[in-house]
Design a protein around this ligand. Sequence first.
Ligand SMILES: Nc1ncnc2c1ncn2[C@@H]1O[C@H](COP(=O)(O)OP(=O)(O)O)[C@@H](O)[C@H]1O
Ligand SMILES: [Mg+2]
Length: 382
Amino acid sequence: MAKKHPEGYLTAKEARKISKANRKITNELEKKRKRKNVPESEYVTEMKNPENAVEFDDLHTYFFTDAGTVKSVDGVSFEVPIGKTVGVVGESGCGKSVTSLSLMQLLQRPHGQILSGAIRLNLGDKVYDIAKTPQEAMQKIRGNQVSMIFQEPMTSLNPVFRIGEQIEEVIELHDGEGKTKEDIKARCIELLEQVGIANSEGVYNMYPHELSGGMRQRIVIAMALACNPKVIIADEPTTALDVTIQAQILDLLRNLKDKINSSIMLITHDLGVIAEMADYVVVMYAGRVVEKGTAEDIFEHPSHPYTIGLMASKPVVGKQVDELYSIPGKVPNPINMPNYCYFKDRCDKCIEACNGEYPCEISLSETHKVSCYRYYDQKEGK
Ligand SMILES: Nc1ncnc2c1ncn2[C@@H]1O[C@H](COP(=O)(O)OP(=O)(O)O)[C@@H](O)[C@H]1O
Ligand SMILES: [Mg+2]
C-alpha cells in the first residue's frame, strides 16, 4: 500500500481488487447455503453437554466489505444452559449482536458469513448445527425454536397494522395448525396478559403509535413468546427505554423466565442489567470472549483487566467520586487486529508476557475462564 496515504486509505483499484476477491468467497458460501434438499446428516449433530440449549464453539463470523474483512466474531465459544439466562456484555462494536444474529442466521448477506465453528442448537429430539443448516431448514427454526427481541421495538412492529393482527400473524405462522380464528385471538389475549398488559382487549385494537415505548417492548416480547421458543435472544432489550420502564421490563423477563422455562441470551452493554438477570456472564471484547463464568465469578472475582475496567466504570449509589472511571482508548479496528492481546493497548495492568501472541483461555475454576497472561501461572490447574 502507498505510504503517502493515511492508514486505512484504499485506492479505487485496491478496493476493486478486494471486492472481487470477496465476491468469489461469498458466492461460494451462498451457493452452499441455498442448496435445496440437503440431507439432514450434514447438519444434525450432538451436543457436547445435553443440558445446554445452545453451544457456540469457536465461531468465526466475518463481513467481507470493500474496505477489507471485518472479523466481527473471531473464535467465540460459550454455552447457554437450558432454563438459564446468559448475559453477554461488552462495549459497542464487540460483536455481541453479530454472535446472536449468527444463531438466527440473520446476518446481512451475502457479505456477512459464518466462516467456521459450530453453533449447536438443542431442539430436544435433535441437535442442529446452525453454522451448517441450509436456509430452507432454518426457516422452520427461526421464530419457532429461537426468537429475538430487538433494542428498538418500533423496528419490529409494523406501524400500519393493529397490535392484535400483528401478534395473531405470528401465532398463525408458527403455531396455527388446527386452530380456529377464536382460538388464535384467545391465545393473543393470553399473551398480552402474560406480558403484563392490563387493558388487553383495548390494546388488541390499537396501532403501535398509540402505545408508549415500554408497552411496545412488551408487545414485542409477547410476539417472541408466541410459539414457546426454546431460546429467546434479547439484544439490548431495555436500552431504548427510560430507567423506570427498564426496571419493569427486566422484572417481566425475569418472571417469564420462571414460567416458560426457556433459555435467555441477554445482550447488553450495561452490567447493571446483567447483575439483575443473569445466571452466567460472558464478557466479549473485539470479537472474542475474554472472560466467562457464573454471575458470582464475574461480579465477585472479576479477573480480566477489561472486566475490572467495566466494573469500575459503573456508578455506585452512595459512593462519592470526583470523576467516574472510564477505560482509556477504544476498541481496535476489526479489519486490522493486532496479533497480540487485543486489550493490550488500553490495559494498565500489562506484564512482560503480554507482548506475546493472543493469550489462551485459562481456567480459574470449573466455571470461571479468562484469557489473560496475568493468570498463566495458574495454567497447571487446567
Ligand atoms: N452488516 C455489517 N457489515 C459490516 N460490518 C458489520 C456489520 N454488522 C456489524 N459489523 C461490524 O461488526 C462488529 C461487531 O458489531 P456488533 O456485533 O453489532 O457489535 P455490538 O457488540 O455492539 O452488538 C463491528 O465492528 C461492526 O462494525
Ligand atoms: Mg449490538
